[in-house]
Design a protein around this ligand. Sequence first.
Ligand code: NDP
Ligand code: 2IT
Length: 453
Amino acid sequence: MTHTDENSDPVLDEVLSSVLRRNPGEPEFHQAVREVLESLGRVIAKHPRYANNALIERICEPERQIIFRVPWVNDKNQVEINRGFRVQFNSALGPYKGGIRFHPSVNLGIIKFLGFEQIFKNALTGMPIGGGKGGSDFDPRGRSDAEIMRFCQSFMLELHRHLGEYTDVPAGDIGVGGREIGYMFGQYKRLTNRYEAGVLTGKGLVYGGSLARKEATGFGAVYFVDRMLTSRGDSIEGKTAVVSGSGNVAIYTIEKLQSFGGKIIACSDSNGYIVDEDGIDLALVKEIKEVRRQRISEYARLKGGRSHYVEGGSIWNVPCQIAMPSATQNELTGKDAKTLIENGVIAVGEGANMPSTPEAVRLFQQAGVLFAPGKAANAGGVATSALEMQQNASRDSWSFEQTEARLAEIMRNIHDRCATTADEYGAPGDYVLGANIAGFVRVAEAMDAMGVI
Ligand code: NDP
Ligand code: 2IT
């Protein structure tokens, strides 16, 4: 381990080497486990019982991993095969909860890293949800609506037997939004002959969805960054910001940053990024991405003015005071971090899951940049999913204002819990340590109480 002595512990070193040995070829999973274990030395020193009964080994081992074939027929009447995954990682705090990702890069190691992160994220929300994640290496890009529907139906044909509102409750992630959740919910309902609204979240508003769920991850991440800044007498108002991605999380991050008075000058997709010195026109981004489903390069073509498109390259070369990586894992490297620091960044809030490499995180922290790790900063999405489950269970639906007020309160609590935990364990300002320890302690307490399971 590369951590300092204070965070070191022989038990943790042994757990890490066993995770590396037993899960070969899964670098993202190794990265996520290493980061959490590196935070736990101080907890074990204070509460040695958390290291008993192989509790930490058990946390690193998924309760169940499901891998399945997804055959489907494309518009040319050809059969295509994809691979489906659901990793049911930990149910100590509630039913497995976490999104489904459709992206060609999906493999077991990526789903395991996401599921592992989800355990601690969900614990941080304070809500009764365990951790899980799923997905497929299906590439939705360029597929017709009918192809997306047939794929979702085939995916659910296998997955449905592993789900249930008290068992496992998926939602969206990369490549899975309202349209895909609708197709999957329809198929689940048909296969089970049950209107079990609480089995999926991120549903459409007319069939059991929650107001503010669509906005929740991005809004929540901005609430977190706002609280980091205000707790130091600063604010978002008047600051320049760069948000990577232009999907669900990025769009609503931009919206909330703008409403807090920030000026967002760049966003991206996997092909390149756009810069608009006049500030991003969010209505245009929404039209391009949510309605037309086109590439972000269209923005510069349609908007003109002081906007331009850069094919490839790194969006982190654009100088800004607030950086919110909201696309995918390891999209912000050590080199990018150096550039951002040289350009005067003061706060980084991770909207995506694990978007900064370990080297980038280290550099930000060493430079005194406020750094909000994904498992804390992007927890507003899953927290609002839990609010959707609450509304489904009580056959109620709340107003946008009421739901957003709950989200804002939850994000405030997560921020404060991370900050006070970091203080308590002698690392003030270290939100990574605070988030990992606060999330871990809640899961560990529940697992300890339930015996060896
Ligand atoms: P979307 O599919 O809506 O958007 C993803 C965005 O990221 C797109 O702009 C996409 O570009 C870009 N992107 C995806 N993969 C890559 C890649 N390999 N390289 C470069 N760019 C890429 O997904 P979301 O906005 O929902 O998710 C974004 C991130 O936020 C993910 O890390 C996800 O796990 C995380 N997250 C999502 C939550 C949610 O509620 N949706 C909750 C918490 C975290 P392109 O269109 O070109 O692929
Ligand atoms: O990474 C995440 O937290 C999500 N994709 C949202 C999960 C959820 O169940 O709402």
